[in-house]
Design a protein around this ligand. Structure first.
Ligand code: SF4
Ligand code: SF4
Length: 400
């Protein structure tokens, strides 16, 4: 029993009074909880992302185990590189090693040469304090990062890691256009897992529902991330609250969002980046009641209505298809529009402005690098006046 937890004699999918379990299509020997613990928003000390509150995290881990959660997701870079180490230490202190399926991700953008794949993997095994990682993912694949994987022999390195037992299963997490998702899924026939952003607002964003179906048809297990859009869907604006409040029974906004992600039978587990014991129990209670295909038409209609309200707040109709790329001046057009839209739709302007400054302006890929050459404009299927809208986005995201 490689994953250390029991399947009951009847093979029932219920292991714990507070959890439902699902299977990866290509993994026969275990089931995972339909709620997974994402370890990128762990409790921290004095607001410092790299300073994880280890005692509080261990309490969360104990609560998660008690609630039946058995899936942990992290990455090399989470919490400024401290998340994996915190997990390794917590599993030892709590004696819960073996109760959880461990998933982590390789920092693809740091890989420069073939030997880097092994170097990062071995470092991650050390941080997690294990000889084997259950699911190992290429982190945040895009067209550009997939070319890094291809150029540096990433798949060959991972096949070797599988054969020598350092990883059990291989997958990728994803942030790019739907078309890029299809290319990557179809490029390798042995993916075990893909991790995609999916929630009731981003139904058709990036991989989208069509991508989820495509993966499932190829027996690739789907893990959903950002079911609450970084927490934004848990505290919606008043107009969205009003729509959700029309439903006959009281239901918290976070519950609506989690139920939407759990509704798809193609989805194996839904990750939530939880930060407290209370969140663990609250989300576990939702996951316990949320079977696939259980939302009624009228419940889906409520979510469609809420989605329309969010979409009406969108600043620019960019679908992040990426057809306008590459820009000769390196402007990250879809990303800039994505930040602008998210800032307005989810009331998170300060957060996205800081992201824009640190991730784009400082890298020379912000809207201010646009020379108005016009190359992108004819390529945009949405007919967006890209240079003009970029200038607006820049003003919005840099306004004090
Ligand atoms: S108009 Fe601006 S954003 Fe578009 S390709 Fe030219 S420099 Fe890049
Ligand atoms: S600006 Fe147009 S072409 Fe570029 S990603 Fe957005 S929708 Fe696609």
């Amino acid at each position: 029993m490689p994953f250390g937890f029991k399947v009951d004699e009847e093979g029932a999918s219920r292991h714990n009074a507070l959890m439902l379990y699902r299977r990866f299509p290509r993994v026969d020997d275990h089931e995972v909880s339909s709620l997974g613990l994402g370890c990128m928003r762990l409790p921290v000390l004095q607001g410092k992302s790299g300073d994880i509150d280890q005692a509080a995290f261990e309490s969360m881990l104990l609560a998660a185990a008690e609630a039946g959660v058995n899936y942990l997701d992290t990455a090399y870079v989470y919490h400024q590189g401290r998340s994996e180490g915190a997990i390794g230490a917590a599993l030892d202190h709590t004696g819960l090693r073996g109760r959880f399926t461990l998933t982590t991700k390789s920092p693809v953008w740091k890989v420069k040469e073939p030997g880097d794949w092994d170097r990062y993997l071995d470092e991650q095994l050390g941080r997690l304090g294990t000889a084997c990682i259950d699911f190992y993912l290429f982190h945040a694949l895009s067209t550009e990062r997939w070319s890094t994987v291809e150029r540096t022999g990433g798949l060959a390195a991972m096949e070797k890691a599988k054969s020598d037992g350092r990883i059990r299963h291989l997958g990728f997490s994803f942030h790019d256009s739907h078309e890029a998702f299809i290319r990557i899924i179809d490029a390798y026939p042995s993916w075990d897992l893909c991790q995609v952003q999916y929630n009731y607002v981003d139904r058709d964003y990036q991989a989208g529902l069509a991508g989820i179906r495509h993966a499932a048809a190829r027996e690739v297990g789907v893990v959903v991330m950002e079911p609450l859009r970084g927490g934004a869907l848990a505290s919606p604006p008043p107009a969205v609250r009003q729509v959700l409040g029309r439903w006959e029974k009281p239901r918290l906004p976070a519950e609506w969002a989690l139920r939407f992600a759990l509704e798809r039978q193609e989805v194996v587990t839904v990750l939530s980046g939880m930060g407290s014991v209370d969140q663990v129990w609250a989300n576990a209670a939702v996951a316990d009641a949320a079977r696939a295909n259980s939302l009624t038409r009228s419940e889906m209609a409520v979510l469609d209505e809420a989605r329309k309200v969010y979409m009406s707040r969108e600043k620019v109709p960019c679908t992040t298809c990426g057809y306008c790329q590459p820009c000769p001046s390196k402007v990250a057009i879809p990303d800039v529009f994505g930040l602008w839209n998210a800032a307005e739709m989810f009331d998170v302007r300060a957060d996205r402005s800081s992201w824009y400054r640190s991730g784009y302006l400082s890298e020379g890929t912000g809207a201010d690098a646009c020379t108005r050459c016009g190359v992108c404009v004819t390529k945009c299927p949405q007919g967006i006046a890209i240079p003009d809208r970029l200038a607006e986005a820049h003003d919005y995201l840099t306004k004090e």
